[in-house]
Write a protein that binds this ligand. Structure first.
Ligand code: 6GU
Length: 267
């Protein structure tokens, strides 16, 4: 697969290939399933087409364990939903373009709504492993932007108040939180977690923020959903590992998938 150095041309090329391989000229919504969310995929719906990310130009096969690298085209009611099973993270060292290429491709394919899911460490008092949390806002701690040039995009209400209201209507027990996106791949130190708490952060992870910015810059409506897979460093007295992230996902998969399905129907 070839990429061009122009990100929007690269996204258009991938979207054209997607339309060719799925036979669907326009998709409506994209759902990015992060670590821990893969087992929820089946609850969203039965894919009409399954592709590999490597079938489309510009996609790097996701490196994280638990990311299959598949792309599904799923009919949900009248809508056509793209589901990406995995994402590229900044910590893979491939640069920032592959991190946001999936979202840009989906928008080029017609998606006006971008649903970003992730696994996150919980910082707020009382948060429980297995709890889904709506992202109300983010703190981008990657020190990077997917945008270049004089592209002064407004990020007020980046995480759509309309879609958050819809989600509360589906499950009134859902809480909201501020997500901090860090580069990783290491987890934070307890001192960093205390600092983040002081900054008003509720959730910490290694994704989402750059994709949300890229999606907003393309004019899409953004929705973010974290699954609390563990408590952040220093809060549980236990060392952190990636396996607990995957295990928490498995345990909550069916609930998370149903929540996503209902949201997609309502969106
Ligand atoms: Cl505690 N930190 C980060 N950066 N990412 C995570 C996490 C913690 N738990 C799940 N993903």
């Amino acid at each position: 697969p070839t990429t061009t150095s122009d990100p929007s041309a690269a996204a258009s090329a991938a979207a054209a290939k997607l339309a060719e391989l799925t036979g669907i000229g326009r998709h409506d919504i994209v759902v990015v399933l992060g670590s821990g969310w893969q087992p929820a995929a089946e609850e969203i719906g039965r894919p009409a087409t399954e592709l590999s990310m490597s079938d489309l130009p510009g996609f790097a096969a996701p490196g994280a364990i638990g990311h299959s690298g598949k792309i599904w085209s799923v009919p949900v009611g009248e809508k056509r939903v793209l589901v990406t099973l995995g994402r590229t993270h900044l910590y893979e060292g491939k640069g920032i373009e592959p991190v946001v290429h999936g979202v840009r491709t989906a928008v080029a394919a017609g998606c006006r709504t971008v649903v970003l899911t992730n696994a996150a460490g919980g910082l707020r008092e009382g948060m429980q492993v297995g709890q889904p949390v709506l992202i109300s806002d983010h703190v981008n701690m990657t020190a990077r932007s997917p945008l270049v040039g004089a592209n002064f995009v407004d990020l007020t209400d980046l995480y759509s108040p309309r879609l958050r209201e819809l989600a509360h209507g589906i499950d009134s027990s859902l809480e909201e939180g501020v997500y901090a996106g860090l580069p990783g791949p290491h987890f934070e130190t307890p001192a960093e977690i205390r600092m983040l708490r002081g900054l008003g952060v509720d959730l910490v992870g290694m994704s989402t923020v750059l994709e949300a910015i890229a999606a907003r810059a393309e004019g899409a409506e953004v929705f973010g959903l974290s699954l609390v897979t563990n408590l952040a460093a220093g809060l549980s007295g236990q060392p952190l590992n990636h396996q607990e992230v995957l295990d928490a996902g498995k345990a909550s998969a069916s609930r998370m998938g149903k929540l996503l399905r209902s949201l997609l129907e309502a969106a």
